[in-house]
Design a protein around this ligand. Structure first.
Ligand SMILES: Nc1nc2c(ncn2[C@@H]2O[C@H](COP(=O)(O)OP(=O)(O)OP(=O)(O)O)[C@@H](O)[C@H]2O)c(=O)[nH]1
Ligand SMILES: [Mg+2]
Length: 324
């Protein structure tokens, strides 16, 4: 899913400006064409104004359609993104704004067609000029009526631009655990990703995503999901994304234990047990290279845990095959 490519939504005036400029720019060419076609003044004015109106109509409709086409259809979003939209934006407001732009599109079309007929049918030059002014006033008013909606959509686009880019239909393994336990290091070992790794907590500020190919020749998506599963409302934005990824995307979780960190084992166990209730979870013990042998063996007696990458990979494959 790619939210980065939604084009910028401009202010209402900009769309009107573009349409009118385009019509004016072409007006001369239209006038020349009209002069060749007919010597009759009424027909000449008519041709020019009809062409001008058609350009304004198509420019506005194309610009509004472009917004609607490029904005994701909220009802059809995969659950992960749908919930992300609901937690980061006002879903109803966003839907209403998209509806308003669609209303403006239809209204511009109907109004333009009405004035095309009026201009075609009239026999008076004065009326043509009058209709032109009337049309411009009314079409601008339609666009201005949805002024707020352009703003709303632009606000939404800016937030959506920062959504993580995940595949929602690939076998996915979430990597979870307390801060600084080595989640990003593990991601780098399991996939081609090169996440930021540092010796302080909360290094990871967004979801890190990596892809790897497993022994059973299948591609797997790994997501580094920082956070300690507080109450959802208490989580910060990244923890909420991590939780939603675990809930909606993960087929499996790797839970990273670290016995060298200041987080008490009891707290780490508590989170481990919470996660196990959500999804199939494999425990992994990190930093075994610097861990006291006795501490390690005591722990491994208590918790079934992969103590190196080779064992971890085998375990993932075993559980994955069992799931299929
Ligand atoms: N000795 C040793 N150090 C490790 C190992 N895995 C991670 N580290 C170190 O532990 C620190 C934290 O590693 P990260 O991978 O950034 O940990 P994280 O869980 O992603 O941290 P946050 O993103 O802050 O939650 C870094 O200094 C790593 O180099 C390991 O297996 N052995
Ligand atoms: Mg990290």
């Amino acid at each position: 899913m790619n939210f980065q490519s939604i084009p910028k939504i401009e202010a209402a005036d900009k769309y009107i400006d573009i349409a009118i400029k385009r019509a004016n720019k072409n007006a001369q060419a239209i006038a020349k064409k009209a002069a060749k076609k007919t010597k009759d003044k009424l027909n000449k004015v008519k041709t020019i104004e009809l062409e001008r109106l058609k350009i304004i109509k198509s420019s506005l409709i194309n610009q509004l359609e472009r917004i609607l086409k490029n904005f994701p259809n909220l009802d059809e979003l995969p659950d992960f993104y749908k919930e992300l939209v609901k937690t980061t934006l006002e879903y109803g407001k966003l839907k209403r704004s998209l509806g308003a732009i669609n209303w403006a599109r239809k209204s511009v079309k109907d109004l333009s067609n009405k004035y095309l007929i009026k201009i075609k049918r009239t026999m008076h030059i004065d009326s043509i000029i009058g209709y032109r002014k009337e049309y411009l006033g009314r079409v601008c008013s339609i666009i201005k009526q949805v002024k707020r909606d352009f703003f709303n959509l632009e606000d939404a686009r800016r937030i959506m631009k920062n959504y993580p880019c995940v595949k929602t239909d690939m076998f996915t393994v979430a990597i979870a655990g307390f801060p600084n336990v080595g989640k990003s290091t593990l991601l780098a070992k399991l996939s081609k990703a090169k996440p930021k790794i540092a010796s302080y907590a909360f290094t990871t500020k967004g979801l890190n995503i990596g892809y790897g190919v497993f022994e059973i020749y299948k591609k797997v998506q790994f997501i580094d999901t920082p956070g300690t599963l507080n109450r959802f409302e208490k989580m910060n934005a990244i923890e909420q994304q991590a939780y939603l990824a675990i809930k909606h995307l993960a087929d499996m979780i790797i839970y990273v234990f670290d016995l060298t960190e200041p987080y008490p084992l009891e707290q780490q166990m508590k989170l481990y047990n919470k996660l196990r209730k959500l999804k199939t979870t494999i425990a992994y013990l990190s930093k075994t290279d610097v861990l006291d042998k006795k501490v390690m063996s005591d722990f491994l007696k208590k918790v079934e845990c992969a103590k190196n990458i080779k064992i971890l990979k085998k375990e993932i494959t075993k559980k994955w095959v069992a799931k299929e």
